[in-house]
Design a protein around this ligand. Structure first.
Ligand code: SF4
Length: 166
């Protein structure tokens, strides 16, 4: 499992992950299984980068949010109706206003469409009305800081503080 998937699974399971210097703090630590501890150790450098939002390697990639071929096929298995197209356009516009490139916005909006098709109820910080480059509802979200790097903002998750942007 890669760091991105691991981070998502940890967040979905209700854990909070924070960076303190070179340390990765996971709470509640008492709920961690041995397998989780091992996976966290293996992915620690990548997790620190993701959580700090300074993943130079990922940002240097040409299309960091590009859906896989299988995801692309699934997203386009059925023809998009007018509502789906309008939703896609609204999402790309919204994502671009957060400073993402047109390509990144397209890729993220396609992933969101696939999320909808699969009735997966996770969401991105980018869809949350509390997201302004930082989290404006961090206590309700279970975060100890307002910092939400791009790694976390573009990761599907269940957040208790989420409220859909109008
Ligand atoms: S409340 Fe949750 S979903 Fe909304 S910006 Fe904060 S961390 Fe992201």
């Amino acid at each position: 499992m890669g760091a991105r998937d691991l981070l998502h699974d940890m967040l979905a399971a209700g854990f909070t992950l924070e960076v303190a210097g070179e340390k990765l703090l996971v709470t509640p630590a008492s709920n961690l299984t041995d397998d989780m501890r091992e996976a966290l150790r293996a992915c620690k450098p990548e997790l620190l980068e993701l959580l700090a939002g300074g993943n130079a390697h990922r940002l240097a990639q040409e299309r960091p949010y590009r859906p896989s071929p299988a995801q692309g096929n699934a997203a386009h298995a059925d023809a998009w109706d007018d509502a789906a197209i309008a939703r896609f356009q609204a999402r790309t516009g919204h994502i671009r206003r957060h400073g993402f490139t047109e390509q990144d916005a397209d890729d993220l909006a396609e992933q969101m469409h696939l999320r909808d098709v699969r009735a997966d109820y996770r969401h991105l910080c980018l869809e949350c009305k509390h997201y302004r480059g930082r989290c404006g509802n961090h206590k309700a979200a279970g975060l100890h800081t307002t910092d939400v790097g791009r790694g976390l903002a573009t990761m599907f998750q269940h957040c208790p503080g989420f409220s859909e942007v109008n």
